[in-house]
Design a protein around this ligand. Structure first.
Ligand SMILES: Cc1cc2nc3c(=O)[nH]c(=O)nc-3n(C[C@H](O)[C@H](O)[C@H](O)COP(=O)(O)OP(=O)(O)OC[C@H]3O[C@@H](n4cnc5c(N)ncnc54)[C@H](O)[C@@H]3O)c2cc1C
Length: 313
């Protein structure tokens, strides 16, 4: 039956930002409710090894997120499996409607709905995600020391990722479906000068190739968009760098956004343009996009929310 629940702090999203906010808010005794969304645990649940979470030399992404949920619950946060379908920030208490029929009213809201990497949508790409296919060079470049890597994309991110990956790889092939890049000219110059980088122009990836046991990438099959000619680019790592989409749908008409949909926050805080509404993690961040930076922002959001609530009393 449809019910209405009130909470002092509603946290939307269950990635590192959401769970960290929940730990801090629960320890501040504000009894937060966290709504998990369609991807409980967030983006790290679709990867394998995580080697840059401080305190854990190696941990599987899904295990790390199970630990974070257990931590948040142990501190007293209520974690609910549900999806927020609409959020009204016009008046306080704020009103969030969920897919289950429940309505949540909240004195403060922490938005931690994250972002999603854009993928090519190939079945073979899906098969090798976390086993040679990645969307994050900072996260996974280290696994390809001395190996060959292919990157697909043509914007600043693709060029940055390709250049960054030369720190590890013996060779990086940047595949782009046009004959010019969209990236800034200065970045392009660095790219073209780099001895480890080879360009494959006018080409799209049509299949990721790999071994079954152990599961791993051995190359990508490309097709020239002008001639139709198919080529195999040997590589052990394939990085998809065609952009990210922040999950700002709930607030896109209510809060100022920047850089293609990221929620804008005041510099050095998690305060949005609406008092009582805070935002953390990849939803606000088009630069760092890491679990630990998201968790840091989740902590900031909980502290900002708690202080703001105290000021209202
Ligand atoms: C393949 C891959 C590998 C990665 N590897 C690493 C790594 O090794 N190290 C590292 O530091 N970072 C890594 N990252 C980046 C890292 O995962 C992100 O930076 C981090 O997860 C962002 O955390 P977040 O809490 O902001 O959001 P996310 O993890 O994106 O979580 C967003 C949450 O919001 C929820 N949500 C969305 N909409 C709604 C809604 N309407 N209602 C309720 N909930 C909603 C989702 O269900 C999800 O739980 C990787 C990313 C990818 C894609």
């Amino acid at each position: 039956m449809a019910e209405t629940r009130h909470t002092k702090v509603l946290i939307i999203g269950s990635g590192p930002a959401g769970y960290t906010a929940a730990v801090y808010a629960a320890r501040a005794m504000v009894q937060p409710i966290l709504v998990q969304g369609l991807q409980p645990g967030g983006q790290l649940t679709i990867t394998t090894e995580v080697e840059n979470w401080p305190g854990e030399k190696h941990i599987q992404g899904p295990d790390l997120m199970v630990n974070m949920q257990a931590h948040a619950e142990a501190m007293g946060a209520e974690v609910i499996s549900d999806y927020i379908t609409s959020l009204d920030l016009k008046a306080r208490p704020f009103v969030a409607k969920a897919d289950s029929g429940t309505t949540y009213t909240a004195d403060a809201v922490i938005l931690a709905t994250g972002a999603q990497a854009k993928w090519l949508g190939l079945p073979s790409e899906e098969k090798f995600k976390g086993f040679g296919v990645s969307a994050c060079a900072t996260c996974d470049g280290f696994f390809y020391r001395g190996k060959e890597i292919a990157v697909i994309g043509g914007g600043n991110t693709a060029v940055e990722e390709a250049l960054f990956l030369t720190n590890f790889a013996s060779k990086v092939t940047l595949i782009h479906r046009r004959d010019t890049l969209r990236a800034e000219k200065i970045m392009q110059e660095r790219l073209f000068k780099h001895p480890k980088i080879e360009m494959l122009w006018n080409s799209e990836v049509i299949e990721v190739l790999g071994d079954e046991a152990p599961l791993g990438v051995t190359g990508v099959k490309t097709r020239n968009v002008e001639t139709g000619e198919e080529t195999i680019v040997p590589c052990q790592g394939f990085f998809v760098a065609i952009g990210h989409a922040p999950a700002s749908e709930l607030v896109k008409d209510q809060l100022p956004l920047h850089s293609g949909g990221y929620v804008q926050v005041e510099a050095g805080s998690t305060r949005t343009a609406i008092p009582g509404v805070f935002a953390a993690g990849d939803l606000t961040d088009h630069i760092y996009r890491q679990a630990v930076t998201s968790a840091g922002m989740g902590c900031m959001a909980a502290l900002d929310a708690e202080r703001w609530l105290a000021e209202q009393e």
